[in-house]
Design a protein around this ligand. Structure first.
Ligand SMILES: CC(=O)N[C@@H]([C@@H](O)[C@H](O)[C@H](O)CO)[C@@H](O)CC(=O)C(=O)O
Length: 290
């Protein structure tokens, strides 16, 4: 079954859209509360941008609004504190989320894969009935292979990885070790096509907040083996990102452009995109995606 989520649905709560293709279906789901997490040195993770109470309220809103309209809502429950993560995981289960995703704490970083696996296990056990996704950003955590090898023995609900590295060899190794019931979701939007060729079966990314429909076309072109079309579709986000790069202020500008809704500025310490820059980016966006 193929389910489309309208742009408006994606934008309403200002969260991130996750595109996920499972083996027999194309699924769009929403990765709740992730978009609210700020960018740290170019990577995104958990921070006090939203309080735990706000994250819960947002997750509730998404789970309620998505019912009957989207196939899945996966709630991101990563936090600096294990207790907060467990609390968010329990809450996600209570409100009927379809899965949880977790990024490793990145201030007191786990020093070894073993420590990280123990952390993930503790979070997963707070919502053991929910599919569990590990959110990997290589810049802030340990090598993905060391984390996922044999992980289903520790976390029976483990169902995949969101992999945000540019290294396709690492991705390939992750795919090699993945189980049939796992999803390997790629997170560098500008080279998604390469990741699909390496065996990724879905994606999570910031640009899907405003390029969701476009990227669905790319996924379809890849699925039907039309590489020429897929390449042509991949080039457009690449062109946009040459001027836009990742920035929550910029993302908000583009989401406002697509939705017509006023989404407000990002929270400190993040800053809004300066006017001149946002004008330039919007112009580029309009010319690439008329
Ligand atoms: C480092 C980073 O921000 N990566 C993004 C990408 O979507 C990225 O913004 C995009 O590929 C543009 O570079 C996502 O993988 C991660 C992300 O947006 C998130 O976790 O919120």
């Amino acid at each position: 079954m193929e389910q489309r989520v309208s742009r408006r649905d994606t934008i309403l709560s200002g969260t991130k859209l996750t595109l996920q293709m499972l083996p027999n279906s194309k699924i769009q789901s929403v990765n709740v509360t992730k978009f609210c997490l700020p960018t740290v040195n170019g990577t995104t993770g958990e921070s006090p941008s939203l309080s735990v109470a706000e994250r819960k309220a947002l997750a509730e809103e998404w789970c309620g609004k998505a019912r009957g309209r989207m196939d899945q809502v996966v709630v991101h429950v990563g936090a600096m504190s294990l207790r907060d993560s467990q609390d968010l995981a329990r809450h996600a289960a209570q409100i009927g989320a379809d899965g949880i995703a977790v990024i490793a704490p990145f201030f007191f970083k786990p020093k070894t894969a073993d420590a990280l696996r123990k952390f993930l296990q503790e979070v997963a056990s707070a919502a053991s009935a929910l599919p569990f996704y590990y959110y990997q950003i290589p810049a802030i955590t340990v090598p993905v292979m060391e984390v996922v090898e044999g992980i289903e023995q520790l976390i029976p609900s483990f169902r995949g990885v969101k992999f945000s590295g540019m290294d396709l060899m690492d991705l390939g190794q992750c795919v090699m070790h993945s189980q049939p019931q796992w999803s390997i979701l790629y997170g560098v939007d500008e080279q998604l096509l390469a990741a699909l060729a390496m065996g990724a079966n879905g994606a999570v990314g910031s640009t899907f907040n405003y390029l969701g429909s476009h990227v669905n076309k790319l996924l379809s072109a890849f699925e039907t083996g039309d590489l020429i079309q897929a390449r042509a579709l991949q080039v457009l986000p690449m062109r946009l990102l040459l001027v836009a790069s990742f920035d929550v202020g910029v993302n908000k500008q583009l989401m406002m452009e697509v939705s017509g809704l006023h989404l407000g500025p990002p929270r400190l310490p993040l800053m809004p995109c300066p006017l001149e820059r946002s004008e330039k980016i919007l112009q580029k966006y309009r010319s690439l995606f008329p």
